[in-house]
Every structure is written in structure tokens, then in C-alpha cells.
Design a protein around this ligand. Structure first.
Ligand code: NAI
Length: 283
């Protein structure tokens, strides 16, 4: 079905996508485009891509039938602008960025009906092509965010492509996507970064609190090891939803603080039990 794939942004996600794609479409040739020549060299060395370039206009010669945008979301607009100046009317274009909403409509403006927004709900705190994992998407959800403008044919092809990589495809409105993942993904990352900041501030000259990490602290803060540029872009691109989610969290934390302050055994137990019951419903 696909003969030539171009991945823009040959990092952890782009690399994982290329590896998974090659497994499903073994005869496909893969071109990687990245601003970092080291990432391209590494990706070729690891067999993730067949060839690479730091120049976007190399796409013209390559004539990809699929382009995957896998850079931090803050770069999407300038990349889309560059892509729109190339003649790519025969290429399907999709992305795997963590924010959709406004970005999807902006990308459509530049790229037209052959663009289909996507976000695989799979990843880790690691970045860089050297951490790529060909099995990353197997059994994981992949949210596609078509709009009224999206070509039904393009959507069908992108859907089938993700299914062949082992993902469980679900469609969602681009703005609903940002509300949902602002709450269940972006908020936990914000809290993890802030928790590390709080522990740093609670450390004193006489004691470095980071010397005593328990299992809970390590589990809870694993995601604070994620790439700062990627998360800066996500927080800013989904600013409205992230701020609302942080406010809801502040309220919950304030309620917990009041219950601890008042020492009301029953109410404090109820609060903790209700949270425990909700948590246990997640598999
Ligand atoms: P990464 O840092 O491992 O890779 C990003 C790559 O893009 C790097 O090689 C970088 O040099 C390249 N790049 C940056 N700006 C560029 C530009 N203007 N032109 C060409 N290349 C450029 O990051 P990662 O984790 O692969 O994330 C990529 C995308 O995947 C982001 O949009 C992120 O929101 C999304 N995502 C990440 C997940 C994760 O768990 N890491 C999960 C789901 C989505």
C-alpha cells in the first residue's frame, strides 16, 4: 500500500514509527528529515531510516506517498508552511503530536484535505532515536482527529495504516482531544515537574532530599524526566485546557490540605477512599 515514507523529526516517536512501519510494510523506502544531522546519522546506523537529510526540499525528489510529522508541536506551523510550498498533492500527510485542536485546523489550512491529525497514546519519558521501539504502538490507542474538511479516503488509509501497526484506532474531535489529554496527560506531567520543583525548594543546605527517593516518589516523578522542549510546546499549545486542569488540581489539593489541617478522620478517609476507588477502576 505504501512505497515511500518520509518521517520529519527522527527522534523517539518518529524512529519508533519508522521501525513499526517497516515491519508492516517491509518493501517501503524510508526517508528521514531532521534539523539535527546527528539524529539522521544515528537513525541510518540503527537501520531506522534508509536515508536522511536536513533539507526539507529533498522531499520533492523522494515523492513520498506518506509523510509523518514527528517533531515537537511548536515546530508544526513552520514545517507546514514549508511543506505547502512544495508540490506534494499526491502525498498523504499525518502527525503524531500530543496537541490537536487549533493545530489541526492550522495544518489543514496549509496542507489541505489530505492531512489527517493523529496522536498515538503511547510513549515514554525517553527521547532520541536511540530509544526507538518497534512495538511501541501495539495494543495502544491511536486517536485520529478528522474534521469536515478531511478527505474520507485519506482518513481510511491512515486508519488502516495504524491498524496494521497494531494500534487501536479511535476518532475524536480535535478540541475534545485537547480537553481530554489536557486532563489525563498534560496535567500529570505538569504536577510531576512541579513536585520535583517543590522537593528542590524543600531541600536545605543540611539535607538534600533527592538522596532519599522512595518507590512512590520514583514512580510518581518518572515523567518529570521527559524532554523539556516537547513539554514546553505542549503546555503552551494546549494552554487553556492545561490551565483549567491545573486550577481543578489546585482545588483538589486545597481540599486535601483543609482535611489534613482540620484532622477530621472520617472526611479525610472518605477523600482518600474515593480517590483509591477511582484509581482501582483503571486497568
Ligand atoms: P524527540 O525529541 O525524541 O524527537 C524530536 C525530533 O525532532 C528530534 O530529532 C529533533 O532534532 C527533531 N526536530 C526538532 N525540530 C525540528 C524541525 N523544525 N525540523 C525537523 N526536525 C526537527 O521527541 P519525541 O518524543 O519523538 O516527540 C515528537 C512528537 O511526538 C512531539 O510532537 C510529541 O508531542 C509527540 N508525542 C510524544 C510522545 C512521547 O511519549 N515522547 C507520545 C505521543 C506523542
Amino acid at each position: 500500500m505504501f512505497k515511500r515514507l518520509c518521517v520529519i523529526g527522527v527522534g523517539f516517536m518518529g524512529g519508533s514509527f519508522a521501525l513499526a512501519f517497516r515491519e508492516s510494510f517491509p518493501n517501503c523506502e524510508i526517508l528521514g528529515i531532521d534539523i539535527n544531522p546527528y539524529a539522521i546519522d544515528k537513525a541510518i546506523q540503527l537501520g531506522v531510516i534508509d536515508k536522511g537529510s536536513v533539507q526539507m526540499n529533498n522531499l520533492l525528489l523522494f515523492k513520498p506517498d506518506l509523510i509523518m510529522l514527528a517533531t515537537p508541536v511548536g515546530t508544526f506551523e513552520s514545517i507546514a508552511k514549508e511543506l505547502s510550498s512544495l508540490d506534494l498533492k499526491d502525498s498523504l500527510i499525518t502527525d503524531l503530536g500530543s496537541v490537536k485542536g487549533r493545530l489541526v485546523y492550522m495544518l489543514e489550512e496549509y496542507l489541505g484535505e489530505n492531512f489527517v491529525g493523529g496522536h498515538p497514546i503511547a510513549g515514554t519519558e525517553k527521547s532520541g532515536v536511540e530509544n526507538s521501539n518497534k512495538d511501541l504502538f501495539k495494543g495502544k490507542r491511536c486517536i485520529l482527529t478528522p474534521t469536515q474538511r478531511t478527505s474520507p479516503k485519506a482518513l481510511e488509509k491512515i486508519k488502516n495504516m495504524w491498524v496494521s501497526l497494531g494500534a487501536l484506532v479511535e476518532e475524536m474531535d480535535p478540541f475534545l482531544h485537547d480537553y481530554v489529554f489536557g486532563a489525563v496527560s498534560h496535567l500529570p506531567h505538569a504536577v510531576a515537574f512541579a513536585l520535583i520543583d517543590a522537593i528542590k525548594n524543600l531541600s536545605k543546605d543540611s539535607v538534600d532530599l533527592f538522596k532519599y527517593p522512595g518507590g512512590g516518589f520514583k514512580d510518581f516523578t518518572r515523567i518529570a524526566g521527559s524532554d523539556p522542549i516537547m513539554w514546553r510546546d505542549i503546555f503552551l499549545e494546549n494552554r487553556e485546557n492545561v490551565l483549567k486542569a491545573i486550577e481543578a488540581f489546585e482545588m483538589s489539593l486545597k481540599n486535601l490540605k483543609e482535611l489534613i489541617k482540620s484532622g477530621n478522620l472520617q472526611e479525610l478517609t472518605d477523600y482518600l477512599l474515593s480517590a483509591k476507588n477511582c484509581r482501582e477502576k483503571i486497568n
